[in-house]
Ligand binder design. Sequence first.
Ligand code: EPZ
Length: 437
Amino acid sequence: MEKYLINGGKPLQGEVEISGAKNAAVAIIPAAIMVKGVCRLENLPQISDTDTLLRVLTYMGAVVRTINRSTVEIDCTNVQIDRLPADMWALTRRIRASYYLIGAMLGRFGAARSTMPGGCNFGVRPIDQHIKGLTALGADVNVSGGFIRAAAKSGRLHGARIYLDKVSVGATVNIMIAAATAEGRTVIENVAREPHIVDLANFLNSMGADVRGAGTDVIKIRGVKELHGGTYALIPDQIEAGTYMAAVAAAGGEIRVSNVIPKHLDCISSKLREMNVQIEDGDDYVIVKREGPLRHTNIKTMPYPGFPTDMQPQISAVLCCADGVSIVTEGVWDNRYKYVDELRKMGAQVQVQDRVALIQGVPHLTGATVKACDLRAGAAIVIAGLAAEGATYVEDIRFIERGYQNIVGKLQALGADIQCVDVPDEPEELRDDWIAG
Ligand code: EPZ
């Protein structure tokens, strides 16, 4: 089984280049279905979630051309949805973003079908706000047999005024995509304001849509007849950048995180500064340095511009090595602490009650064999391994590779002793002796 082997305790030095934003890419690739022409996407992250979505579009009849490592051209002129191959559903079941196919197919064809989405397991992940918005746009939506089916009652969606009961990235994305070619005007209120929402709006507008207000809590869309091809470069990944900032906070040292938008990192930088991490903002980079002891702090995750929930596991791993007691409150998901059991195997002192984690910092963590429970939990375990004394084996690394391009290579370039190894699965009782020996 492929695992990461990390020998921790080494400070990080050097420069890391951030890739394109995963959560922008997984919204923009489905949105390309709306375009009768070629979409050239630049700064696309090379991760398994984007590969999966590009394969799904190919099954639908899109022509995908890889130009280079971070640039693809997608031609959806001949996409059709009435003969979707069964193999495609094995892919759509894997990822959360597959439900964006519904908004895109509805917007292009007036009808849509896809499986219920997969994605990280944080407890209940409803889609009622997606259904509320698409229904308001004139679609009949039903869920049965593990599939979502939708059809515009009059053949084409129409504009509507929609108030989201919950700030939802996914519902905001899905409704925005579908409304781009609906007849008339759509106003969506109480929308998500994440950087990747703005990126999607900018992509749609560069393809001829008329979307205004993205980044505020009200988005206004004037439907257009159809979208044309064009070129679009994605924003850098706020969470990938934050993950490397947390890594140097935990391991110590000084790194330059390049190809970022510092404004998107404000919430992360301000918390790290409270923890005695020095951060200097450049135009498109940040310099992050930690040499003295980490200080405890309290964090509550919120929709943007609050502290991002997708940084909660990573910052909690850092707080395990901070002086004093920290309180982390998960403000978005019901159950996003599965990774705590893995940190405890490394000596972390964490108590969890519902959405609150109480973290008592310890002088150091110790290496162990641990699992990545999901994408960001896996990143947290890697961060803990970088700080820990001794060897850490990280299993189930497929979760990490869904959202982090070349994480091993990027960390090696920062001086981390990490490698991807293929080792047999040891019986539980032998593992620690085997590693300790
Ligand atoms: C997106 O998930 C991200 N995934 C998640 O990132 C991220 O954690 C989340 O937004 C919050 O920022 C992608 O973009 C692919 P939501 P999404 O709809 O869209 C409730 C990562 O690590 N809700 O914003 O599924 C929901 O239960 C991943 O990159 C409803 O009640 O999240 C949650 O409490 C993990 N009804 C809250 O809203 C709905 O119809 C926010 O969910 C939809 C959501």
